[in-house]
Write a protein that binds this ligand. Structure first.
Ligand SMILES: NC(=O)c1ccc[n+]([C@@H]2O[C@H](COP(=O)([O-])OP(=O)(O)OC[C@H]3O[C@@H](n4cnc5c(N)ncnc54)[C@H](O)[C@@H]3O)[C@@H](O)[C@H]2O)c1
Length: 249
C-alpha cells in the first residue's frame, strides 16, 4: 500500500463524506495531504484523525469558489513539500430540488460557484506546478447526474455536466505531457449531501441503480486512488463510470 509514497495530494471538500474517504485512501497509499474545506471544525477533527494514523496533513480552510482558497492551498503544499502530484476536485453541493420554473437564478449561481467555479480555480492554480515537473494527476468528482440529467436537479446536473466538459477540454490541452486529467461519475452514496434533497428525490436516484444498492465511499476512493497513481497512464480527458450500472454510455 505505498503506490503514492511521498506524493502530495490536494483534496477539496475532504472534511467529511467522499472527500474524507478519498483523503484517507490516498494517505494509506503513502501520500501527504492538503485538506481543503470551508468547515473548520470538521476539517480539524478529520485532519487530527489522519495525523494520528501517521499522515502528514495540512489543513486549508476556505470556500473553493473563491480563487484565494486555491491559492492558499497551493502555497501550503509548495511551502511544506515543494510540489503537488495530485489534485482531487471533490467539493460539491446538491442544491435545492425543484423544476426549472420554480428555481431562481441565484440558486443556479450558488451551485455553480462550488461545483464548477471551484474546480476551474483549483485547476487554474495547481496545473502550472504540475506542468513544471511534467507530472500530475487531476481527478474531478462529477456525477451520473451530469451524464443523464436528473429532473428537479438542473443546477446540480448542469454543473456536473460542466465538470465533465472541463475534464475533456483540459485533458486534451495537456495530452502529451505527464499531467493526466480524468473524472468520475458516481451514483448515490450515503453522505450528508443527501440531506439537501427531498426523500422522494433520493428514492428516484436510488431506484435507477441496476445493482440495487447505493455506492460505498470506499468504492469511489479506490477508483480515485488508481486514477491518482502512475499506474493510470493511458487515460486522460476521460469519464469513469461508478454508478452500479446506471450509466448507459
Ligand atoms: N453522495 C452522493 O450520492 C454523490 C453522488 C455523485 C457525486 N457526488 C459528488 O461527490 C462530491 C462529494 O460529495 P459528498 O456526498 O461527500 O458530500 P458531503 O456533503 O458529505 O461532503 C462535501 C464536503 O465538501 C465541503 N464543501 C462543500 N462546499 C464547499 C465549498 N464551497 N468550499 C469548501 N468546501 C466545501 C463540505 O464542507 C463537506 O466537507 C461532490 O462533488 C458531490 O457532488 C456525490
Amino acid at each position: 500500500m505505498d503506490s503514492l509514497k511521498g506524493q502530495v495530494a490536494i483534496v477539496t471538500g475532504s472534511a467529511t463524506g467522499i472527500g474524507y474517504g478519498i483523503a484517507k485512501r490516498l494517505s494509506e497509499e503513502g501520500a501527504n495531504i492538503v485538506m481543503v474545506d470551508f468547515d473548520p471544525e470538521m476539517a480539524e477533527q478529520s485532519g487530527s484523525e489522519m495525523a494520528a494514523r501517521g499522515t502528514e496533513v495540512e489543513i486549508s480552510i476556505g470556500d473553493v469558489s473563491e480563487p484565494q482558497t486555491a491559492q492558499d492551498a497551493v502555497r501550503k503544499a509548495i511551502d511544506k513539500w515543494g510540489k503537488i502530484d495530485i489534485l482531487v476536485n471533490n467539493a460539491g453541493i446538491g442544491g435545492i430540488n425543484g423544476n426549472i420554473w420554480e428555481l431562481d437564478v441565484e440558486e443556479l449561481d450558488r451551485v455553480y460557484r462550488t461545483n464548477f467555479r471551484g474546480v476551474f480555480s483549483f485547476c487554474h492554480e495547481v496545473i502550472p506546478h504540475m506542468i513544471e515537473r511534467d507530472y500530475g494527476r487531476v481527478v474531478n468528482i462529477a456525477s451520473i447526474a451530469g451524464k443523464e440529467g436528473n429532473p428537479r436537479m438542473v443546477p446540480y446536473s448542469a454543473t456536473k455536466a460542466a465538470v465533465i466538459g472541463l475534464t475533456k477540454s483540459v485533458g486534451k490541452e495537456l495530452a502529451g505531457t505527464g499531467v493526466l486529467v480524468n473524472c468520475v461519475t458516481p451514483a448515490v452514496v450515503q453522505t450528508r449531501i443527501l440531506d439537501e434533497f427531498t426523500p422522494e428525490q433520493v428514492q428516484y436516484m436510488v431506484d435507477r441503480i441496476p445493482v440495487g444498492r447505493t455506492g460505498e465511499i470506499s468504492e469511489i476512493a479506490a477508483l480515485v486512488a488508481w486514477l491518482s497513481s502512475s499506474e493510470c497512464s493511458f487515460s486522460t480527458g476521460a469519464v469513469f463510470d461508478i454508478s452500479g450500472g446506471r450509466a448507459t454510455y
